[in-house]
Design a protein around this ligand. Sequence first.
Ligand code: FAD
Ligand code: FES
Length: 274
Amino acid sequence: MYKVLENKKISNNSYLMRVCAPMVVKNFIPGQFVIVMALEDSERIPLTIYNVDNDNVELIYQVVGASTLELSKVKDSLFSITGPLGRPSEVCKNYKDYKNRKIVYVAGGVGIAPVYSQVKFLKDKGFDIDIIYGARNKDLLLIKDKIEEVANVYYVTDDGSYGDKGLVTDMLEKNISKYDYCVAIGPVIMMKYVCDVTKKYNVDTIVSMNPIMIDGSGMCGACRCMVDGKQKFACIDGPEFDGHKIDFDLAIKRMNIYEEEEKEKYNIMRGKYE
Ligand SMILES: Cc1cc2nc3c(=O)[nH]c(=O)nc-3n(C[C@H](O)[C@H](O)[C@H](O)COP(=O)(O)OP(=O)(O)OC[C@H]3O[C@@H](n4cnc5c(N)ncnc54)[C@H](O)[C@@H]3O)c2cc1C
Ligand code: FES
């Protein structure tokens, strides 16, 4: 069991959880994730590490289905937290090689959590980073004060309720001449369209894939992605990949394969907590 110090709502459907997990903190490099289980019989949920603070790991998650709903009800302890998993962020791991690159991070929705951990790391190494951050409306924009401490932030909302009205891709294309390297983290469809823009202007782009995962150790094959025509597993070969080489259409198709079962399970879980 792992002690949960905080599990609080930070927007309509997003939560920040702080868990005491010193071994995870000790080995963490931004870009990596953990797999958590709320209870002994819960599903395993992959979540990117948003921040580490002394012995504690901080996670930001959105309630989208049964398991994340169950996680939001956790009070004092978590059954398990495994990690850090996956490969560290390429830019953070090899930051000396990126000193002369003009880097932009593009974040959508809860994708701002992994973006924050990477940009904070880079800011400490002397980088001056721009973030383009988009959400449907202003209530869904998270951790604004935290990201403004570490980057120049350009906000975009679908309805214009905060920052520019439009999509992150509009803002990116308007400013593309300022950049030669892009990291995009958010919904798969957003990352696909970001890559369409950066491909057009020949800007190298890394994306962080978030497929369905089960074991997180390369054994089950659930997180299979096609990259440059080759099969890769997001949990051990990723989650970051070259965005210009990913088969996004396949990734979107694979994410929806359990839609009916997910809906059914969510309704059962909702009933349990009502
Ligand atoms: C490496 C990795 C890191 C992640 N980091 C975070 C994070 O920091 N914060 C966070 O909120 N989520 C993150 N996710 C996504 C998170 O794991 C899923 O949202 C969660 O497992 C959904 O479980 P569920 O049972 O609540 O919903 P499900 O019943 O599994 O799904 C409900 C709905 O959410 C959609 N969905 C399922 N999985 C994902 C996904 N991976 N991404 C987007 N939509 C999904 C489904 O298509 C469905 O419509 C990450 C995923 C991966 C693979
Ligand atoms: S989650 Fe099983 S192979 Fe990646």
